[in-house]
Design a binder for this molecule. Structure first.
Ligand SMILES: Nc1ncnc2c1ncn2[C@@H]1O[C@H](COP(=O)(O)OP(=O)(O)OP(=O)(O)O)[C@@H](O)[C@H]1O
Length: 245
């Protein structure tokens, strides 16, 4: 079995004729690791996440999720791969307003036409602390609770990896801390792999490893770092960029 959850090899992404969003990114994201991706606006964080998750296709290079290589897949195969092997958490929660908490969490099974494992469903809903709210609609929940529903939905299929794009971007500091603690617990308790894009050094400090991107290239990484160290590295990226310009 592959030791990496995700492997990128020499991944480039060029938009149109001249926007080099990724310039040859090579990185392994080991199973059971919580990785944060940081970098200035426009450095390629979301593009990297989207290429790693099969939401976008690299211009060149290869992406593996587990043992599966994505570049040879057609759109239908990629859709199935995303459904079976990836979970997604976005800044905007992306819940269906007319559905209850349980129905939102079960959505991946509804879309796939498969049966859920109800014991795991109950465990996931309990884990995110929504056991007493299963019949509520998203509008009856706080932002943090809605993001917990999205996290449960991302976990319920037992994906190879959970991709989170600014999951705390719409939350206040306290609620963000609760959501990040939850993600950390999920990684520690279940060995889940999480990859998270964030602008926030405090959010990134919950990760095992932080990757730093500048102008489409991986330029730095750090393990088990606190917010201050991470913030210093981000500042250093800014000056490196200014020098490069
Ligand atoms: N669909 C697209 N078409 C053209 N250019 C794009 C597209 N998506 C991204 N880009 C460009 O690619 C570069 C990287 O964008 P990306 O969104 O990955 O950066 P980011 O680091 O996630 O930025 P932010 O922190 O502002 O969200 C930017 O120059 C952006 O303008």
């Amino acid at each position: 079995m592959a030791t990496h959850a995700v492997r990128l090899n020499a991944v480039t992404k060029t938009y149109g004729k001249g926007v080099h969003a990724l310039r040859g990114v090579t990185v392994d994201l080991p199973r059971g690791d919580f990785t944060a991706i940081m970098g200035p606006s426009g450095s390629g964080k979301s593009t990297l996440l989207h290429c790693a998750a099969g939401l976008d296709t690299p211009t060149s290079g290869t992406v593996h999720i587990g043992g599966t290589e994505l570049s040879r897949m057609n759109e239908t195969q990629l859709t199935e791969l995303r459904r079976d092997k990836a979970g997604f958490v976005f800044q905007a929660f992306n819940l269906i307003p007319a559905l209850s908490v349980t129905e939102n969490v079960l959505l991946p099974f509804r879309l796939a036409g498969t049966r859920p494992d109800h014991a795991w469903l109950d465990e996931v809903i309990g884990r995110v602390g929504l056991g007493g709210r299963t019949r509520h609609r998203p509008s009856e929940l706080s932002g943090g609770q809605q993001q917990r529903v999205a996290i449960a939905r991302a976990l319920v299929t037992r994906p190879e990896v959970v991709f989170a794009d600014e999951p705390t971007g719409a939350l206040d500091t306290q609620t963000a801390a609760e959501v990040l603690t939850l993600l950390r617990q999920v990684v520690d308790a279940t060995g889940q792999t999480v990859v998270m894009v964030t602008h926030d050094p405090v959010a990134a400090s919950y990760a095992d490893r932080v990757l730093f991107l500048a102008e489409g290239a991986l330029v730095d990484d750090v393990y088990a770092a606190g917010p201050e160290t991470i913030a210093q590295r981000v500042t250093a990226l800014g000056s490196r960029r200014a020098v490069a310009c």
